[in-house]
Design a protein around this ligand. Structure first.
Ligand code: PLP
Length: 233
């Protein structure tokens, strides 16, 4: 099932790139494996997946030692400051930075480990109350502040678009995020590049790619529905 799903997702990515006149290599597929057992991640790995997304620090800590070392782990979920020390140096990208205090802690832990932490700023583009993330208005100023911190690099923006039946309904939000990233890139801030745009999930990743996504985060479309009835998550 996983290999078939992956093949379909890659094919959809290829088609979306074609429609948008983009090179397929510009888009990284992140296999979102939260709540899924290591055996399923290994199956995806064997089919060529190297980028995996998790939303809980504990799950990354548990799964990482059991899987090959060339996997790039992505922290995509809300991050508490007291857990930052566990993931800095263990993940390739933190997608969910939404405050100066969190960025300061990442910077501190990265300094201690003498590594540079790559991060994205999470933007709540639709202004949904139930979601974490910065407003569009406050994002540029926060980018300027975080950029001054040592051992931290802002690589772009991330957003979780609203849950919708018709992915077309999210096109306007993907466009807004893209515009915001272009605006911030124009400021030429030291330590800030806007080369990554993490947006699009199972329901809407094709539209996200058409609007400029460079990373799409697909869970259900690869691993199937998640089961939250047990105590895993
Ligand atoms: C769970 C999750 C996804 C994947 O969602 P699907 O709809 O299953 O593809 C993507 N991004 C984030 C931040 C998530 O928490």
């Amino acid at each position: 099932m996983i290999s078939e799903n992956l093949r379909r997702v890659h094919e959809n990515i290829r088609k979306a790139c074609e429609r948008a006149g983009r090179d397929e290599k510009e888009v990284t597929l992140i296999s979102v494996s939260k709540t899924k057992p290591v055996s399923m991640l290994r199956e995806a790995y064997d089919q060529g997946s190297r980028d995996f997304g998790e939303n809980k620090v504990q799950e990354i800590m548990d799964k990482r030692p059991e899987l090959p070392e060339d996997i790039r782990w992505h922290m995509i979920g809300h991050l508490q400051r007291n857990k930052v020390k566990y993931i800095v140096g263990n993940v390739c990208l933190i997608h969910s930075v939404d405050s100066l205090r969190l960025a300061e802690e990442i910077s501190l832990q990265a300094s201690k480990k003498q590594v540079d932490a790559d991060i994205l700023l999470e933007v709540n583009i639709a202004g949904e109350e139930s979601k974490f993330g910065l407003s569009r208005e406050e994002t540029p100023a926060l980018a300027r502040e975080i950029a001054k911190l040592p051992h931290i690099r802002i690589r772009g923006l991330m957003t979780i678009a609203p849950y919708v039946e018709d992915p077309e309904d999210n096109r306007k939000y993907f466009r807004q995020i893209k515009e915001l990233s272009v605006d911030i890139a124009k400021e030429n801030i030291d330590n800030v590049s806007m080369d990554i745009l993490s947006m699009g999930m199972t329901g809407d990743y094709m539209v996200a790619i058409e609007e400029g996504a460079t990373m799409v985060r697909v869970g259900t479309g690869i691993f199937g529905e998640r089961d939250y009835s047990s105590n895993r998550s």
